[in-house]
Design a protein around this ligand. Structure first.
Ligand code: CP
Ligand code: NVA
Length: 304
């Protein structure tokens, strides 16, 4: 059987996603008192970009599943000195049972997957951040009964998080309402794939239109990792794209606010919204741990 990888939400079926979210909720409820399904196994967690949450949540989660994690900052390894990623994949396949990687171009992740005999998990590329979406969907299940009834407003850059929400719309069945500045819209190929796989996605002409009546309002930084040179141009282009109290007032009364973090207060989100009663960002960050444990138990353990 071909090795399963988790490169984006498109890699799991609706049923598999439902299973992962149920498993994540069960692991959260049983924290500290559940089995160790990955006892005796090892997982490599590789970073070619900065991380706080992803690094911590994988490290702790792998430990709680009974496995050993080996966290590598790529710049300190031979990968940082140009060793081909395919060679790294072949070597890793002989040492560990799974690999999580955070890297730049999505094609680099695909190269790793192509040469790997063990499951590869996308810990973020420039195109997708699917582990974050598992946690986000778990957080929404804690607030709402059914995904199918939800309108999700994406306010901001058409980036890896926006792409992940589009893939999630195809699998979870909510309606995604996108508002991005001109020139910063989501990738047309990702949007086409999401729609072809059943996603309901509405491209809005204003942030107000996207937020109107929404049950979930979510955003991300205006300049992602690797776009540091574009910060000032992006600040100008994203003026008016702050999720503030006035925008939240347009959403449904029971609407929640999500942000993958780190957040830039006063840019893409106001302090009042980030710290306010509708914000679920700290539950969302915690759920990275539970959702990724469910993912690894499923990909690497008997729970497949
Ligand atoms: N949300 C997220 O992936 O955070 P880190 O960059 O801190 O891992
Ligand atoms: N879009 C952001 C997400 C960080 C978790 C980035 O890629 O930097």
């Amino acid at each position: 059987m071909a090795t399963r990888h988790f490169r984006s939400l498109f890699d799991v079926s609706r049923e598999e996603l439902d299973h992962l979210l149920k498993s994540a909720a069960a692991l959260k409820a049983a924290r500290g008192a559940h089995d160790r399904p990955l006892a005796g196994k090892s997982v490599a967690v590789i970073f070619e970009k900065a991380s706080t949450r992803t690094r911590l949540s994988f490290d702790v989660g792998i430990h709680e599943l009974g496995a050993h994690s080996v966290t590598l900052m790529a710049k300190d390894t031979q990968m940082g000195r140009g060793e081909p990623i395919e060679d790294t994949a072949r070597m890793l396949s002989g040492y560990v049972h799974g690999v999580v990687i955070r890297t730049h171009g999505h094609e680099r992740l695909e190269q790793l997957c192509g040469a790997s005999r063990i499951p590869v998990v996308n810990g973020l590329t420039d195109r997708y951040h699917p582990c974050q979406l598992l946690a986000d969907l778990q957080t929404l299940r804690e607030s709402f009964d059914a995904f199918a009834d939800l309108q999700v407003a994406w306010i901001g850059d058409g980036n890896n998080m926006a792409h992940s929400w589009a893939a999630a719309a195809a699998r979870a069945g909510f309606t995604l309402r996108l508002a991005s500045p001109k020139g910063y819209e989501v990738d047309r190929g990702v949007l086409a794939q999401a729609r072809a796989e059943g996603a309901s996605v509405v491209e809005c002409t204003s942030v107000e239109e996207a937020a109107e009546g929404a049950h979930v309002v979510t955003t991300d930084v205006w300049a992602s990792m690797g776009q540091e040179d574009e910060v000032s141009a992006r600040k100008a282009a994203f003026a008016g794209f702050c999720v503030d109290e006035a925008l939240m007032a347009r959403a449904s009364k029971d609407a929640v606010f999500l942000h993958c973090l780190p957040a830039h207060r006063g840019e893409e989100v106001s302090v009042g919204v980030l710290e306010g009663p509708q914000s679920r960002v700290w539950d969302e960050a915690e759920n990275r741990l539970h959702a990724q444990k469910a993912l690894l138990a499923w990909l690497l353990g008997e729970d497949g």
